[in-house]
Design a protein around this ligand. Sequence first.
Ligand SMILES: Nc1ncnc2c1ncn2[C@@H]1O[C@H](COP(=O)(O)OP(=O)(O)O)[C@@H](O)[C@H]1O
Ligand SMILES: NC(=O)OP(=O)(O)O
Length: 311
Amino acid sequence: MKEQVVVIALGGNALGYNYEEQRKAVEGTALIISDLIEEGFKVVLTHGNGPQVGMIQTAMDELNQIYSMYTQVPMPSCVAMSQGYIAFELQRAIKAELEKRNIQKNIVSILTQVGVDANDPAFEHPTKPIGRFMSKEEARIMEKQGLKCMEDAGRGYRLTVASPKPKKIIELDVIQRLIDEGDLVIACGGGGIPVAEKGGELEGISAVIDKDFVSALLAKEIGADFLVILTAVEKIAINFGKKNQQWLESMSLDEADAYIKQEQFAPGSMLPKVEAAMEFAASGMNRRALITLLGKAREGLLGKTGTVIYK
Ligand SMILES: Nc1ncnc2c1ncn2[C@@H]1O[C@H](COP(=O)(O)OP(=O)(O)O)[C@@H](O)[C@H]1O
Ligand SMILES: NC(=O)OP(=O)(O)O
């Protein structure tokens, strides 16, 4: 049987909120990814970077305030740094776990640039929360400094930056080649480094792309069988958090559309995941998107849990 290609988008739970949490979370993530490889799936990994890119940007800005010799670091370079150190930890931990299981596989991280439209309306309306959670008072102080903040799914306030839609994965050819050769590729981390063409060259753009949208694009482009979005809930619910909450095992595109119209999915958290899942499912009859918990990825892919979005 043909190996099934699975794009796995790792959310906050798989990465933790600071360096120590990340090291521990990544060890657990390596076990789960190794189980999938042992099960026979061809895995391609993407990951988020909201907490990490905010931490890097804050650190860089504060360094610049203390030592004037350090200049500010633009957001696309902060995204690149987040890609690099998150991928390093994932690459290291997965390789070590596979070796324990006597599985020989190259784990390759690709610093990925992703083309965006420099005129995307998203630049007028920032929606991507990054960095640490703040109190309302802290957020107000930030706003007085001209920064945008928003409340994030009941967890506190966070700095908020523009999140344009991903249009083109610049390193797609090399990603495809490595997948075809049987390597485990880690790509499009943190949504990818946002770039746009200017004067015949690519220029970094100040934004953070949504990892779920870029994962859907990557999954489409490489002809994946599954897009798996791993997050903090086992299934999607309608009437989420209410007395009449109902967990969903599956959702057709038409059903998902109807639920979106009923505002069943919170903007900035579950809504973009459902939209990304729909985008992938809509691209082919045998293409399925799964949303579930990190620890349930294997069960979900074997059809035992999670919410499947299908055409
Ligand atoms: N209808 C819904 N069904 C399930 N979860 C929902 C729903 N609406 C909002 N959520 C929330 O969305 C969260 C996932 O979004 P988020 O925390 O931004 O993801 P991640 O950081 O893993 O990418 C869930 O943990 C849950 O709290
Ligand atoms: N870039 C991105 O979507 O990161 P999070 O998943 O951490 O929000």
